[in-house]
Design a protein around this ligand. Structure first.
Ligand SMILES: [Zn+2]
Length: 107
């Protein structure tokens, strides 16, 4: 009997420890700012300067100027109808530059 109670106590402690381990990081990332590493993308239109989408800056979003793209949005996560605000070319005319930026975003 004594052994059984001891084992149960150990298991309970283990589960409590696991719950703390699993739960704690989520709570931290949801509450505080975090740093994400995102790539810059360049417009390939010859007439463009070129415009480079910089995730640390965001974009004015000419399709919906009341809702500009905030810093910290990956190019891949831009709306499908997003276009280059200089020449109007779609996302498919952009290529990754190979240059990465680190952006601090709030949780
Ligand atoms: Zn362009």
């Amino acid at each position: 009997m004594r052994l059984t109670f001891t084992r149960r106590g150990v298991f309970t402690a283990l589960f409590a420890g696991l719950a703390t381990l699993i739960g704690a990081p989520r709570a931290v990332s949801a509450a505080g700012p975090r740093t994400v590493r995102l790539q810059k993308w360049s417009c390939t239109n010859q007439d463009c300067d070129p415009y480079i989408y910089d995730p640390s800056v965001g974009d004015i979003n000419i399709n919906d100027e009341d809702n500009p793209i905030p810093p910290g949005i990956a190019f891949e996560d831009l709306p499908d109808d997003w276009v280059c605000h200089v020449c109007g070319d779609p996302k498919s005319h952009f290529l990754p530059t190979g240059e990465w930026v680190e952006v601090v975003v709030s949780g």
